[in-house]
Design a binder for this molecule. Structure first.
Ligand code: NAP
Length: 310
């Protein structure tokens, strides 16, 4: 938990009471959690208007583990079942041995992957799925460009865009190009390169995962009804969303990920059939969570950072 806003030193490990599951909740014995930029932003106080400033604040949104106890209204998640999922909103708590979670925010863990791998999936795969499917309306044969393709969200977005039948251009640093081709990217671009689109190429979807390519810079390489989707919560993004809703055929959209059981089920099926694979960059014990945050803040992590609970 964090005892104040600040650098990774504000993260400390404490003994706290085991939470009690409410009517529609299950108590999950957490085997693994994952770190996201959201955790580091919360730690630094960037989202204090949403988290509040009452300390300590628990951390972590992704989890994989086993159901240890069920609330009185729960019928679909038996004790002992292996599950994975994600907390919604701004109150974390999965970087802990136990977390109480509504059954709408979890489902059965994919078979054939470890708890560490399962914990690496929820927030990033749901963000990619909801951005490409719900915000951008991805369809077979579309040209899709993903900026920040080798990170947590990007690694899922490349794979999900390929599952949906798109042609994928991935933007990352050159050392990640072989990795991205292995995930299915059709073309890889160095982000220091001037031209993202090949001559004559237009994108039906530009997914700005990294958040440094504003709508106005991408508009010239969007197709006639192309969609730009951003992950970042910044004023220029919301302004572009409003202006393009009124005045442009090319649209700007923003994704704000929601934890949805149906989407977790979809991701589980893809993982079990082998078309989507979790990507774990590194695994830390809970005691080393500060190091995990330091790695997350490098902004050069390939895939996910996982916290393994002993
Ligand atoms: N709105 C939402 O619901 C939502 C949900 C999830 C995430 N997000 C946001 O989305 C962003 C990305 O999240 P993430 O989990 O994917 O982060 P991440 O895993 O930390 O992303 C790291 C990746 O960024 C790449 N990168 C670094 N500099 C770059 C540049 N100049 N241009 C393009 N790519 C660059 C790195 O590639 P190289 O190593 O090759 O440089 C690295 O693979 C964060 O701001 C996060 O807060 C928002």
């Amino acid at each position: 938990m964090i005892t104040g806003f600040g650098p990774p030193d504000v993260l400390t490990v404490h003994n706290v009471p085991v939470p009690r599951p409410q009517a529609d909740e299950v108590l999950v014995h957490v085997r693994a959690a994952a770190i996201n930029p959201k955790d580091t932003f919360i730690r630094k106080g960037r989202f204090k208007r949403f988290t509040g400033e009452k300390f300590p604040i628990q951390t972590g949104f992704d989890f994989a583990g086993e159901v240890a106890e069920i609330g009185p209204g729960v019928t679909d998640s038996p004790v002992g079942e292996a599950v994975y999922g994600m907390l919604d909103g701004w109150q974390g708590g999965t970087c802990a041995e136990y977390v109480s979670v509504s059954t709408g925010r979890l489902c059965k863990k994919p078979e054939g992957v470890s708890f560490d791998e399962a914990a690496a999936l929820p927030l990033v795969s749901l963000t990619a799925l909801q951005a490409l499917r719900d915000r951008a309306g991805i369809a077979t044969g579309m040209q899709v460009c993903i900026n920040g393709a080798s990170g947590g969200v990007g690694s899922m977005a490349v794979q999900i865009a390929k599952i949906m039948g798109a042609r994928v251009t991935a933007i990352s640093s050159p050392p990640n190009h072989d990795y991205l081709a292995d995930l299915g990217a059709d073309r890889c671009i160095d982000y220091r390169h001037g031209n993202i689109a090949a001559p004559g190429q237009r994108f039906d979807i530009f997914f700005d995962v990294f958040g440094n390519r504003p709508f106005r810079s991408v508009k010239p390489i969007l197709s006639d009804r192309g969609v730009w989707v951003s992950t970042v919560i910044r004023p220029h993004v919301f302004l572009s969303v409003i202006l393009t809703r009124l005045f442009s055929r090319r649209k700007a959209k923003v994704v704000l990920v929601k934890s949805l059981r149906d989407d977790l089920e979809q991701v589980r099926r893809w993982v079990e059939t082998g078309v989507l694979r979790p990507v774990v960059h590194s695994v830390y014990p809970l005691e080393n969570i500060r190091e995990a945050h330091v790695q997350q803040e490098t902004k050069h992590t390939r895939g996910k950072i996982v916290i393994h609970m002993g």
